[in-house]
Design a protein around this ligand. Structure first.
Ligand SMILES: [Zn+2]
Ligand SMILES: [Zn+2]
Length: 176
């Protein structure tokens, strides 16, 4: 969905959009959208400088990076952003850097505002770097693949934790 800036009246508008499941795709490969995505925001503008303020709601599906279990997570991203027409002197690479350093300022072409792109960016920005099913997830055993949340395998007993072994060795040398 695009909003043509030329068609905007001076007053702010409220934009509500529901994307049916399957209409938007995340760039990240470790998660997918699960169900519809909703956005609701106010769009105000001064000439071609835009101010958008609202939220995005989506469900995401991912595999826990530790135990590989499939999980779903409801996600709400609130945003309060300024979109400015892309200055001519700004190259593409610089645009990306600026956008992520100054989270509240982004650029667009100054002609039409890409709502889908903003919605996807907001979802991705509010996603964690790594997905885990829960903070305490113990993950899988590196040797036998057992889910350590469900049972304790025998591998741990055979191979002492290498960091612990180093520490024990160190203590022995120090005479403690
Ligand atoms: Zn897990
Ligand atoms: Zn094991």
């Amino acid at each position: 969905m695009f909003i043509e800036i030329e068609d905007l009246k001076p007053e702010p508008i409220e934009v509500r959009q529901v994307y049916p499941a399957g209409q938007l795709d995340l760039k990240r490969s470790d998660a997918t959208l699960n169900g519809p995505v909703e956005t609701d925001f106010m769009l105000a503008h001064k000439e071609r400088d835009l101010h958008v303020d609202g939220k995005v709601q989506a469900g995401i599906r991912f595999k826990c990076s530790r135990c590989l279990k499939e999980c779903t997570l409801p996600l709400t991203a609130s945003f309060d952003l300024f979109y400015l027409p892309q200055p001519k002197w700004l190259k593409r690479e610089e645009e990306i850097e600026l956008k992520y350093e100054e989270m509240d300022i982004a650029f667009y072409d100054g002609i039409r505002f890409d709502v889908d792109l903003m919605v996807l960016e907001q979802i991705e920005l509010s996603m964690p770097m790594k997905f885990v099913c829960r903070e305490e997830c113990k993950g899988l055993c590196f040797s036998c693949g057992a889910d350590l949340n469900e049972r304790v395998c025998d591998c741990a007993a055979d191979q002492p934790d290498s960091r612990l072994a180093v520490l024990l060795e160190f203590r022995k040398k120090m005479g403690k």
